[in-house]
Design a protein around this ligand. Structure first.
Ligand SMILES: [Zn+2]
Length: 318
């Protein structure tokens, strides 16, 4: 079947009946992510299922006109770029699934605010603005599952893979029969081969670099042993046995460590003790000098998380 042409969407076949969808121009940085559409197939399921495709409502409508009705929608975790528009799939009739405990973030933005620790450092009004900016609206009902659960929709099977270095609920998907592994937000963010992106992201308190490295090893072995294709929330389709995604992610983490190590060395001669603010002033990861208002607060919070995890691992502070 020919693929529909929809403005602002890239629709690519991973296999004959599994599509990767990408919104080309998100209205805001954290408002969208790429995801998969599982089309009906004889011997699998007569239903259409969407996996973690958080795109703007007008685009969801156009996908729904062409491929709907959508019966089930599975979210991978409670970061804003993975949940802002999920409510719209629900409005069109899809049953929503999301991993515990972040499934609660889809039901109320306040849970997102508390769950990720924003509540320790800033007022809820800032997160409300952040939610509005990204088009967040809450869902009415979400079916929770545990990271690691196997989800079955008819004869379509999803093995969820806990990848909790990124976030405590974060899952990847292995579609064992389709031989596709979707590594979600793990940090392979090259939309074209060779592009340079931010890489793995671990800005919240609950993230962990050592867990991240284990998650990268785990997904690499699953990809090489059980899949032919790798997809993710922000990248092109990779074919086995190309291990570029894994090399890229490991290198990014190693480079981030060097950035923080060098900052430690540059601060050391002038001070015996330094605070996280000394590091934030250096704009190591985000161009915060150009930011103001609530975004500056949010980016400071994230960058403190990233920096403090590398400080813990630095050989210069032992
Ligand atoms: Zn994420």
């Amino acid at each position: 079947m020919a693929l529909p042409k929809i403005d602002n969407l890239e629709i690519i076949k991973v296999t004959e009946d599994v599509l990767l969808i990408h919104q080309k121009k998100p209205p805001y940085y954290f408002s969208c992510c790429d995801g998969l559409i599982i089309l009906p197939k004889k011997g699998r399921t007569t239903l259409t299922i969407v996996l973690d495709l958080n795109i703007e409502p007008n685009l969801i409508n156009q996908i729904n006109d062409f491929y709907g009705p959508i019966s089930f929608y599975v979210c991978t975790h409670g970061h804003m770029d993975h949940m802002a528009h999920v409510h719209h799939w629900e409005t069109l009739g899809a049953k929503i699934y999301a991993p515990i405990p972040e499934h609660k973030y889809l039901l109320d933005l306040y849970n997102f605010y508390e769950g990720f620790g924003f509540s320790d450092v800033m007022d809820f009004s800032l997160i409300k603005k952040f939610g509005e900016l990204n088009g967040y609206q809450k869902c009415n009902h979400v079916n929770p599952f545990n990271p690691g659960d196997i989800l079955e929709f008819g004869d379509f099977i999803i093995e969820t893979i806990p990848l909790i270095g990124h976030s405590k609920a974060h899952v990847g998907f292995l579609l064992p029969r389709e031989r596709i592994v979707h590594i979600s937000c793990l940090g392979f963010d090259q939309h074209e081969p060779g592009e340079d992106g931010f890489g793995p992201w671990y800005g919240f308190e609950g993230c962990s670099i050592s867990q991240y490295l284990k998650d990268i090893d785990l997904t690499e072995s699953i990809f090489l042993e059980r899949a032919d294709f790798l997809t993710s929330s922000h990248s092109y389709i990779v074919k086995s046995p190309d291990i570029i995604p894994f090399t890229y992610m490991r290198e990014k983490i190693a480079k981030n460590q060097i950035i923080v190590d060098q900052a430690i060395l540059s601060l050391k001669p002038s001070k015996n003790e330094f605070s996280i603010d000394d590091f934030l002033k250096l704009d190591l990861f985000f161009p915060k000098k150009k930011m103001k208002g609530f975004l500056l607060d949010i980016y400071n919070f994230w960058e403190s998380g990233i920096i403090s995890k590398h400080i813990e691992r630095s050989k210069y502070l032992r």
